[in-house]
Design a protein around this ligand. Structure first.
Ligand code: PMT
Length: 397
């Protein structure tokens, strides 16, 4: 996705300029050719040397750069860019872009480019909320710029408010989505579930499981990066909300069922990577249960089986988390739950299953075909699932 893509990273004069180092680093690690352009004000916060060391490319700071080793013409980067991202973007650069001003290398590059442009505003809350800035942002959006919402939190001024640069994952997620928008899943609606549901015992305790959500989030992000419109229904996790994905937070199996039923009404595929509780307390205690002299018995009832019960014309793809008889149990679930595909997951194998970054799975299709995959990253597993899903959608499987 990012491999061999040229990402022009514009850095402007805000305190969050130091965070652009991490963005440049992660993009470079992912195989992108990162070309950094800094405004004059950005140079007050961080030096080009940092970015040159990380990206291996000369940083452009001046349109004329008389002493530069290789002089670069003012539209050169606009032509080679696959995507331009400005992070952090100050109120000043946003205003200049909205007016079509081209008085430095960054504004010239943006004005001359045909590549998609992503802008990640970062500034003091009052500047961000000022109607001038908001009008400028609206103008840019109307012209097709992709804006990343700043986050709320502690600001450099010491106060709290909206204006913080989002974390690197969010910005890179937006870049990936932009680069993949014409991918093989363009126009498809995909609903993904992730994480482990929590079934309340009382206001303090719940029944849960070991799912971290990593597998489901990897599927959702991979589908987004292939052009799909993704809804991610997630039980509580510690993961960052992925950019460009509709996120619906739920807690219990019942809540997940309702969210899945609603979201999948217009979906082309439902991929259930969530570890859903099979049982829930018959009734959650209204107050915290006190420790008594004896033991505690919980009265449990079955939860709804979401993937079996949800109706629609979409493809149903499930997972089977097993500790024994992996394939036999997975096959039973594939037919018993009316799925089109199941991902058999040996959760007791080394590096596989709950909480890991890697997974070892066998993909089984309802036509009887199956493929066993070696241990690979959850992202790679996600791509394999989507390859098969895409073929099924085209009737080729
Ligand atoms: O989140 P990670 O830490 O990355 O871990 C990933 C994972 C191990 C959770 C994931 O790869 C996985 O295997 N998910 C499915 C876990 C599971 O609940 O499997 P199951 O065999 O109990 O259920 C089979 C299928 O039915 C699953 O798609 C499940 O979402 C679905 N189900 C289960 C129960 C229920 N009440 N309703 C359901 O729809």
């Amino acid at each position: 996705m990012l491999k061999n893509k040229t990402v022009v990273l514009g850095i402007t004069g805000g305190i969050a300029a130091y965070k652009a180092v991490d963005i440049a680093s992660k993009l470079t690690q992912a195989g992108a050719n990162v070309r950094v352009v800094m405004t004059k004000s950005a140079l007050e916060f961080i030096t080009p040397l940092t970015f040159e060391s990380i990206t291996g490319n000369t940083v452009v700071t001046d349109m004329f750069q008389p002493n530069a080793e290789h002089r670069i013409n003012h539209v050169a980067l606009s032509e080679v860019a696959d995507v331009i991202v400005i992070a952090p973007a100050t109120a000043n650069i946003i205003a200049k872009l909205a007016c079509g001003i081209a008085d430095d290398m960054l504004t010239c590059t943006v004005l001359a480019t045909r590549a998609p442009v992503i802008v990640s505003p970062s500034m003091h809350t009052n500047m961000y909320e000022n109607s001038i800035t908001q009008e400028n942002i609206a103008k840019l959006k109307k012209r097709g710029f992709k804006m990343i919402e700043p986050q709320a939190g502690r600001l450099a001024s010491g106060g709290y408010g909206v204006g913080r640069l989002p974390d690197t994952e969010t910005i890179i997620g937006a870049i990936r989505q932009t680069l993949g928008k014409n991918g093989d899943l363009k126009g498809k609606k995909v609903v993904v579930t992730a994480g482990g549901t929590q079934e309340a015992i009382d206001p303090v305790r719940y029944l849960g499981n070991r799912s971290s959500g990593k597998m489901g989030y990897a599927v959702a992000e991979a589908a987004r990066d292939r052009g799909a419109e993704v809804t991610l229904i997630t039980a509580p996790t510690a993961l960052v909300a992925p950019a460009g994905i509709e996120l619906i937070k739920v807690q219990s199996a019942k809540e997940m069922k309702n969210a899945v039923a609603k979201a999948s009404a217009k979906a082309d595929a439902l991929i259930m990577a969530a570890a859903v509780a099979d049982y829930t307390p018959k009734a959650a205690a209204k107050q915290k249960i006190k420790k008594g002299a004896g033991g505690l018995t919980l009265d449990l009832v079955k939860t709804p089986d979401i993937i079996s019960e949800v109706k629609g014309k979409f493809l149903k793809i499930g997972f089977a988390a097993e500790t024994e008889n992996l394939l036999a149990n997975a096959k039973k679930k594939l037919t018993g739950k009316g799925m089109d595909m199941i991902v058999a997951n040996d959760v007791s194998a080394e590096g596989s299953g709950f909480g890991t970054d890697t997974n070892k799975v066998t993909i089984l299709l309802k036509n009887g075909r199956q493929e066993s995959l070696p241990l690979m990253s959850k992202r790679e597993v996600a791509e394999k699932i989507l390859d098969k899903m895409g073929k099924m959608m085209e009737g080729k499987m």
